[in-house]
Write a protein that binds this ligand. Structure first.
Ligand SMILES: Cc1cc2nc3c(=O)[nH]c(=O)nc-3n(C[C@H](O)[C@H](O)[C@H](O)COP(=O)(O)OP(=O)(O)OC[C@H]3O[C@@H](n4cnc5c(N)ncnc54)[C@H](O)[C@@H]3O)c2cc1C
Length: 387
């Protein structure tokens, strides 16, 4: 085992939440370890949609210029459609007199761009390493990590869990709730070529038992994500068969997908949604999906990852100023998250409830309520707290 490496902050997980936190902390002059079990650039299950509310955060992280060079697709509207054929479309609201838009961008490219920015600012990247043990001795975290051929021990004053929905940090430190009666849906993601009628929209199409999100990434390729109940999977021998059994029940979705072919491999995630976790403890904060996941129908997971990273960095800075890493001092992060995300959390819960009740959604469609909700999803320009 090599000599122990010491840092102010150790961040486990170098997805958008981990890299955004690392960027904000490295800018302030902290020594930051950014650790990930994967080697970058790497593929990642996602709808690849950046909601317009995310773009000011990416500007603040100073990565937009590099992202523009990747020619992301401008996405200008949300469309929701039911199996009955009823539908609503909402263009993203204008901002400062200009039309607003989101972006279609592969996660592999987004995550790698953020990671490179963190490293450029001085974060120390340790990739291809799994966390094996975490313990806190005399207010210092000792983290045992293991790569393919080597083991190392790392130390830090503050630990940030940015290791995604199945966060090992959250589970190891008792911040995750017991899984309990988790009968959620399963999500799949694939790339398709030859999908019909996508325009520059994110399309949410409901079918019995779940919903699909479709979006063009370029002129040839589209991203398809869909969620189904676990029992629907048991009846299907393969992903294409599952699509035919479940998604084809929405006739307009069947028409859009019929001429398409799958390119690349399918990815899956389970459960799609779970309630928020405790986001802080003695000497530790959780950011991004490690702290909270939303129903992906609203396309705001990356917004939350980046913004929670900024809020965590501000809380960390104050903790270092005071030399106090107690749970009480770090509870400022929980309060800041509540304030920043309460309205969006409520909106996500309403939309979650609606997508699983198509009859109610059909009534609301007639009253133009989904148009209102879809607009609300892209409304506020967030305040950056960690610049
Ligand atoms: C089906 C689906 C579609 C979605 N579509 C969208 C969308 O279109 N737009 C959107 O904004 N959001 C979307 N989301 C949500 C979005 O993907 C997440 O919110 C986002 O990835 C959270 O970022 P993160 O950095 O918190 O976690 P992650 O992106 O999961 O990153 C976590 C990192 O931690 C690493 N890691 C994990 N465990 C360890 C360990 N033990 N040791 C070291 N490293 C570890 C992983 O390798 C990974 O790199 C979708 C989610 C789902 C399920």
């Amino acid at each position: 085992m090599d000599a122990v490496k010491r840092f102010d902050v150790a961040i486990v997980g170098a997805g958008p939440a981990g890299s955004a936190t690392a960027i904000a902390l490295a800018r302030k002059g902290f020594s930051v370890l950014l650790l990930d079990k994967r080697i970058f650039p790497r593929e990642k299950l996602c709808g690849d949609f950046l909601n317009p509310i995310t773009l000011p955060l990416l500007e603040n992280l100073r990565v937009m210029e590099e992202l523009r060079l990747l020619s992301p697709r401008k996405i200008t509207a949300f469309r929701i459609s039911l199996a009955s054929g009823a539908q609503a479309t909402s263009r993203f609201p204008a901002a400062n007199g200009r039309p607003s838009f989101g972006l279609g961008l592969r996660r592999k490219d987004l995550d790698y761009t953020l990671l490179k920015r963190a490293v450029k600012l001085g974060a120390f990247l340790q990739e291809g390493y799994q966390v094996r043990a975490i313990e806190r001795i005399k207010a210092v975290w000792s983290i045992a990590v293991e790569g393919k051929t080597t083991k190392e021990r790392l130390e830090a004053r503050l630990l940030i869990g940015a290791d995604g929905r199945h966060s090992r940090v959250a589970h190891r430190l008792g911040l995750a709730r017991p899984d309990g009666d988790n009968r959620g849906s399963v999500a799949f993601q694939l790339r398709l070529a030859g999908v019909r009628g996508l325009n520059n929209e994110v399309q949410i199409r409901l079918f019995p038992g779940g919903y699909a999100g479709l979006m063009a990434l370029d002129d040839e390729t589209a991203n398809l994500c869909f969620t189904v109940k676990p029992e629907q999977i048991q009846r299907a021998p393969s992903v294409p068969a599952l699509m035919k059994q479940a998604l084809w029940k929405n006739p307009s979705l069947a028409r859009a997908l019929e001429p398409s072919e799958i390119v690349g491999e399918a990815r899956s995630a389970y459960p799609v949604y779970f309630p928020p976790r405790h986001s802080h403890g003695e000497g530790v904060l959780l950011v991004g999906d490690a702290a909270r996941v939303t129903e992906p129908v609203t396309g705001e997971g990356i917004f939350f990852a980046l913004q929670s990273g900024a809020l965590a960095a501000s809380t960390a800075e104050r903790a270092f100023e005071r030399g106090d890493f107690s749970a009480e001092q770090l509870s400022a992060y929980r309060d800041a998250c509540r304030e920043a995300f309460a309205r969006r959390q409520r909106l996500n819960s309403i939309i979650r409830a609606l997508i699983h009740r198509p009859a109610l959604t059909a009534v609301l469609l007639r009253l133009s309520a989904p148009t209102f909700l879809l607009r609300e999803l892209c409304r506020d320009a967030p305040v950056w707290a960690g610049a």
